[in-house]
Ligand binder design. Structure first.
Ligand code: AKB
Length: 315
């Protein structure tokens, strides 16, 4: 069968850019975007779109029985800050969507699946700097607990049933095409919008809170690289650490000032500060480098430049 891809949660922050990248690579007709809501015009008009609810196992099963699919990308999830407001719903969405898809993989309704994990799997007892691939993991957020459990399920279905699940622990992702929704790292996207619109930003994290971050192009590149790798090269079947850049809100503000010299930032930490404090500052991604050749291309300055340029051009 030639490659036929299904992206679930295609209208979200990562799904939108993943869909565009996969369509550019494999042709529009080979990549079916799906979500329960509509996405950007670029996404809706550039290829096939179907409305699918990841919570509805039966309709996913029917769809996969009728439409031969080789690869699935399961991108639907509730992020950290929103999950703290609706813990039960977050657990249900983040867990059931994965379990539904893993079961459908066991029924051989696709041959490979990508599922995103997050730096949220780590907690306050994890080493903060250069966090190892395998280390203490005691997450304190509902989102982190669900991602940690998901990693366990991913590796279980791989070992027990041979489902080819591949996963990355994404850091905070910075993109201009689609805004993130309900995460703790969202400030690193909001700041660019407000820098251009108002020349100032009131940050919900403290000035010196360092977190692992990455420009979206790097994250997409990593995802495609991991999915391209031969199964025999992969030594991690929970989820790979992925390093990019690490910075604080104050450092990001300084970088923006290179392009907008009078940009001002103020700080008013809210409940998201506690979440950020429980996460690593940077991660050790040597396994991803060794196993499938991961190498980031965007540093902080290049990220800031690309964000401001693209937001300005597309406003
Ligand atoms: C969030 O802030 O919840 C996400 C993440 C780090 O997974 N961006």
């Amino acid at each position: 069968m030639s490659k036929k891809i299904l992206i679930l949660g295609a209208c979200g922050q990562i799904g939108t850019e993943l869909t565009v990248a996969l369509r550019a690579r494999y042709g529009s007709e080979s990549v079916i975007a799906s979500d329960i809501r509509e996405g950007t015009a670029e996404l809706m008009e550039s290829g096939p779109f179907v409305k699918l609810d990841v919570m509805d196992r039966e309709s996913l099963q029917n769809f996969l029985k009728e439409t031969p699919i080789s690869e699935v990308y399961l991108m639907a999830a509730m992020l950290s800050a929103n999950a703290e407001k609706s813990p039960a719903r977050a657990w249900e969405l983040n867990m059931n969507s994965l379990l539904h898809l893993l079961e459908l993989g066991r029924e051989n309704l696709y041959s490979k699946i990508f599922w995103p994990s997050s730096i949220a799997v780590f907690g306050p007892s994890t080493p903060k700097k250069n966090t190892p691939q395998a280390t203490v993991m005691e997450p304190t957020t509902v989102y982190g607990i669900s991602k940690q459990a998901g990693e366990g399920w991913a590796s279980y279905y791989y070992r027990k049933f041979g489902v080819d699940v591949r996963s990355i622990r994404y850091p905070g992702l910075i993109s201009w095409k689609t805004k993130p929704g309900g995460g703790t790292t969202d400030y690193a996207v909001e700041i660019f919008h407000e820098a251009l619109e108002k020349g100032s930003y009131n940050c919900f994290l403290e000035a010196d809170t360092a977190l692992p971050m990455m420009y979206m192009s790097d994250a997409i590149e990593a995802t495609l690289k991991l999915m391209d790798a031969p199964a025999t090269a992969l030594s991690v079947r929970t989820s790979y650490n992925l390093g990019g850049i690490s910075f604080t809100p104050a450092e990001l503000a300084n970088s923006i000032r290179t392009y907008i010299p009078d940009f001002e930032i103020s700080y008013e930490p809210d409940f998201r500060q506690e979440i950020a404090d429980s996460w690593p500052e940077s991660v050790d991604d040597s396994k991803a480098r060794e196993d499938w050749g991961w190498e980031p291309r965007y540093d902080l300055d290049r990220t800031a430049r690309e964000m401001l340029l693209n937001l300005k051009e597309n406003s």
